[in-house]
Design a protein around this ligand. Sequence first.
Ligand SMILES: C[S@@+](CC[C@H](N)C(=O)[O-])C[C@H]1O[C@@H](n2cnc3c(N)ncnc32)[C@H](O)[C@@H]1O
Length: 255
Amino acid sequence: MIKPVGAITRGTTNPNRLRRVDNFVAYRCGGLLRAAADPLVIDLGYGATPVTAVELRGRLATAVRADVAVVGLEIDPVRVAAARPYADPPRLEFRRGGFELAGLRPVVVRAFNVLRQYAEDEVVAAWRQMTATGAVLVEGTCDELGRIATWTVVEHGEPRTLTLSARLSDLDHPATFAERLPKALIHHNVAGEPIHELLHAVGRAWESEATPFGPRQRWLATCRRLRDEGHPLVDGPARWGRGELTVSWPGRAQE
Ligand SMILES: C[S@@+](CC[C@H](N)C(=O)[O-])C[C@H]1O[C@@H](n2cnc3c(N)ncnc32)[C@H](O)[C@@H]1O
């Protein structure tokens, strides 16, 4: 048996917590999954209950392809045992595993609220291991109810993009994203760092675009302004309208 790589951490989760990232996975990875001979997705670190893995499978089956398979991997054997009654093989299974992915070769890995509990210097090794067989990794962090989230897409060990996503009716100010940044960025939100400049620019644009037409229009105008200012947005109004914004990975000043 392959030894799972990683450590057991808190298992907090909630129904519907990951709906924003589920929708993004369908959008960003839908083409890859449709083209795949074996459309396997891993939900790594699903937590104390398997609810978000069950939801991921349901959403991808509806939005992408009916035969998509999701394997929930957990490093905690107690959580694997607790999830088994919810399995529906071969479309939904639960197994013990860690960053080595239990020897599976998925098309996509979703790892949410996992690396935030690790040390920052463990992140790159985990990214590399999860993408070693060519999977696209969607790795990020959100609040307890999934109203504010950020994530990165990692390919071949390299972060490609950063996405900010929020339920706009609850978004007082984009500064809130700072509390939920992926582990690789959260300690670098200080003057002189690209992520600090980016969040500052999003905040300035949001402040400039106050409108009587509600938070969705305000967010759309914020995103348009950022694009016009030359920020490296890689998405457009269809995603902005969902309270999402994706930019090229901001990197770090010392890189
Ligand atoms: C906070 S829960 C996240 C649950 C769910 N993904 C969510 O976002 O709601 C983190 C889970 O990741 C698991 N975990 C931590 N490191 C892991 C690893 N290397 N491989 C698999 N699971 C891991 C922990 O045991 C824990 O159950």
